[in-house]
Design a protein around this ligand. Structure first.
Ligand SMILES: [Zn+2]
Length: 127
């Protein structure tokens, strides 16, 4: 999966921060949804790779129980964790035990959504 993420990095639109990121969301039926970060001059109008992949899957009719694993890689080869906006999307649209595999220079790190989001706020809190 690392090689697919490396190829995908070339599609990132990271004109301003020069921090390309690629994400691939693997579904239980084997379907892969790709995402890259897309920046604009107004940062709020852009989107991170993680949410791009998740929203693409949702747009194609997939739901949280279909999501098996999320793979991430930064073009810098640094260990990268999802930002807090993406963590909110992960809590809302993925199961808390879904695994996230983050590739970096020294290898890979595996974490679950739950490990990334202690004390999270979600729709369950609004009931
Ligand atoms: Zn993000």
């Amino acid at each position: 999966m690392r090689e697919k993420l490396d190829l995908l990095l070339e599609k990132s639109k990271s004109t301003y921060f020069h921090y390309p990121v690629s994400a691939i969301l693997e579904c239980s039926d084997g379907t892969l949804f790709k995402g890259v970060n897309v920046e604009t001059a107004s940062p709020q109008a852009g989107i991170c790779a993680e949410r791009n992949a998740i929203f693409s899957a949702i747009s194609n009719g997939y739901q949280k129980d279909d999501f098996k694993r999320l793979y991430l890689k930064a073009g810098t080869n640094q260990l990268l964790y999802p930002c807090f906006i993406c963590r909110q999307a992960l809590v809302e649209f993925c199961n808390l035990d879904m695994e996230i595999v983050i590739y970096f220079e020294e290898g890979e790190k595996k974490v679950t959504v739950r490990e990334l989001t202690p004390y999270c706020f979600s729709g369950a809190d609004l009931k």
